[in-house]
Design a protein around this ligand. Sequence first.
Ligand code: DAH
Length: 339
Amino acid sequence: MPIDLETLGREAKTALESAQNLKELDNIFHAYLGRKGKLTAVLRSLGTLTKEERTQIGKEANETKEMLAKIFEQRKNDLLREENRRSEEKEWIDVTAPGKKLTRGHLHPLTLIQRKAVEIFQDMGFAVVEGPEIESEWYNFDALNIPKNHPARDMWDTFWLNPKFLLRTHTSPVQIRYMEKHNPPFRIVAPGRIFRYEATDARHEINFYQLEGLMVGKDISAANFKAILETFYQRIFQAPTKIRLRPSYFPFTEPSFEVDMQCILCRGGGCSSCGQAGWMEMMGAGMVHPNVFKAVRYNPGEWQGFAFGMGLDRLAMMKFGIPDIRLFYGGDLRLLQQF
Ligand code: DAH
């Protein structure tokens, strides 16, 4: 008898018992008892045997088959239990563990100061407008009475994009854009980002934020400007703040002045934040120059007004006691998370 059922059975038993997972177990089972299985082949060949052989081998083969089926079931149950145990272990949830703390987002200090400043001017009847960060030479300079090749242009170190276009060096071009499309009287503020091609230090950055203001009417004077300024500072700082107006020069205003504020960080004593001056330059301002009105086809004999451009970064430095403008742009969470 060429078929050694005993060896076959033992071999299948060992294989089934050592199967490592359900798929492997199934494959092994089929290798013996599937359609083309080794034991199936024996059972199929019974018909070709003599009666005696058939009785004897048939009995043995059936017993082997039953034995293997039993081992298959048993191993299958073991593996299933094992798999359940493993996935339960993986999915186990510790319901007593403390919850994960969600961190809330917050606004950047420059956003906070811009929103506050805009809100105060809105309360005083100012409308809010905006202009583009890429400007033409006309809006950024010429229309503001800053002629080509005039030394006053050097007040604004410029990032040129090509011979005609640049990154705006101040928010003043928004004045021109607004006046071209609207008739006086009006009062507006225009917040926005501006760019300067210059070296950085505690008070200077290559980009920063300004809030431009412009109020035009029949009899607007510098006294109106001063009153609005006082209201503004009172509301921003909610405490007495020392302000001074200094005569200055800007091509688009006449007269021009600069507004300084006593440095909050050193209380006027002088520190690195204010360049040892004790005062911080907060904005340029003045009465709108007749040439600017002419550029937008207003009659300078009929209309007058004041304009100002305040640095929002410096305002935020004074408000929050931040010693260096560069901190606003460093993205350091140790600073930002305090707001
Ligand atoms: N644009 C000026 C600057 O960036 C600031 C300024 C000065 C704005 C006088 C004004 C103004 O509107 O009247 O240096």
